[in-house]
Design a protein around this ligand. Structure first.
Ligand code: FAD
Length: 299
């Protein structure tokens, strides 16, 4: 049996082949995944990890695909979605969430329970796993601020619980977890005022609607914030607002975003990313660092 048959036999309807990644990424662009599965239990993970190792095929983990650009040439091997792992529980001032739960849902539950510390994360369209993986944040709040621990397995399927104090993290960066599959995360929050928290959440959601081009597919801010500045300010100041390549455009509403305004290919988006970096470097001497993750071959 080839590896795809084994995968299908095990996962059944939770296994897809030649699956368009435009369906699974917020850019709504990109080629196909050779195999796309939805593991849920430890046994599922153990099976898929062993198979990938035995067959020597690459394995990727995807949350909500809101920070990934997949090449139009597609991606080989097995892509594992965490979407079926989405349980969340609130216990006193603690929240435990599985990796595939929506970060926004956790933030909403926290506010409704009168727990402070995640209200500013409202509206980030990623999963808990994706948020932990890159320490997502907004409006001065970061995922790691209230993270207590996260449960992982490594590529050999060995489980571990990693305490926040055991990792080095910074702005949009967590070190040493590249080969970990995040299964769940525990958050410790502060008791807060229910009315203020709901108000804060609503304000954040309103600001997002007002400032971000949510009417078009995108993956949020393309570049990390450079030291003492904003990528969007530099891009704007370079005169790049509205610049387009094929169906991709630097958003007119928020110059830090690239939007797919008209059936953009992943290559349109990547070419525009490169152009923006080059022009900003020429004008300001600043090397913008990509916040988004590229999968596949863009050569
Ligand atoms: C409109 C819009 C607004 C946004 N605003 C913000 C914002 O304010 N702040 C911000 O920080 N980001 C923002 N983003 C970007 C994005 O939502 C975040 O980066 C989010 O944390 C990504 O989560 P995800 O589940 O979509 O991850 P994915 O895009 O699916 O994956 C991102 C990376 O995480 C890895 N990963 C995902 N889940 C796991 C797991 N369980 N175990 C191991 N690795 C995993 C993937 O392999 C990949 O390398 C925005 C995006 C959009 C579209």
């Amino acid at each position: 049996m080839d590896y795809k048959q084994e995968l299908k036999a095990f996962f059944g309807e939770n296994c897809l082949f030649d699956e368009p990644m435009a369906r699974h990424t917020t850019y709504r662009a990109g080629g196909n995944a050779e195999a796309y599965v939805y593991p849920q239990t430890r046994e599922d993970w153990s099976f898929v990890l062993k198979l990938a190792e035995a067959e020597n095929v690459p394995l990727r983990i995807i949350g909500f695909g809101s920070n990934i650009l997949v090449s139009g040439k597609g991606i080989g091997g097995i892509t594992c979605s965490t979407k079926r792992m989405n349980h969340v529980s609130v216990d006193g001032d603690s929240i435990r969430a599985e990796a595939g739960a929506a970060l926004d849902k956790v933030s909403e539950l926290a506010c409704e329970a009168g727990l402070a510390g995640m209200d500013k994360l409202s509206g980030i369209p990623g999963s808990v796993g994706g948020a932990v993986y890159m320490n997502a944040g907004a409006f001065g709040q970061e995922t790691f601020d209230c993270l207590e621990y996260f449960d992982v397995i490594d590529l050999q399927g060995r489980p571990a619980t990693i305490l926040k104090s055991g990792v080095k993290y910074a702005y949009r960066k967590v070190e040493g977890i590249e080969n970990c599959i995040i299964l769940s995360a525990g958050f410790k929050l502060q008791k807060g005022d229910f009315t203020q928290l709901i108000e804060s959440r609503n304000t954040v959601l309103h600001k997002r609607l007002e400032k971000q081009p949510l009417e078009f597919p995108s993956a949020g801010s393309v570049f990390k914030r450079p030291l003492n500045d904003y990528a969007s300010r530099l891009i704007d100041d370079t005169g790049l607002r509205g610049l387009s390549v094929g169906g991709a455009k630097v958003s007119e509403k928020h110059a830090g975003f690239i939007v797919n305004f008209n059936h953009a290919t992943a290559e349109d988006i990547k070419t525009l990313m490169d152009l923006v970096r080059q022009k900003v470097k020429e004008k300001h001497g600043v090397e913008l660092e990509l916040e988004q993750i590229l999968w596949g071959n863009f050569d």
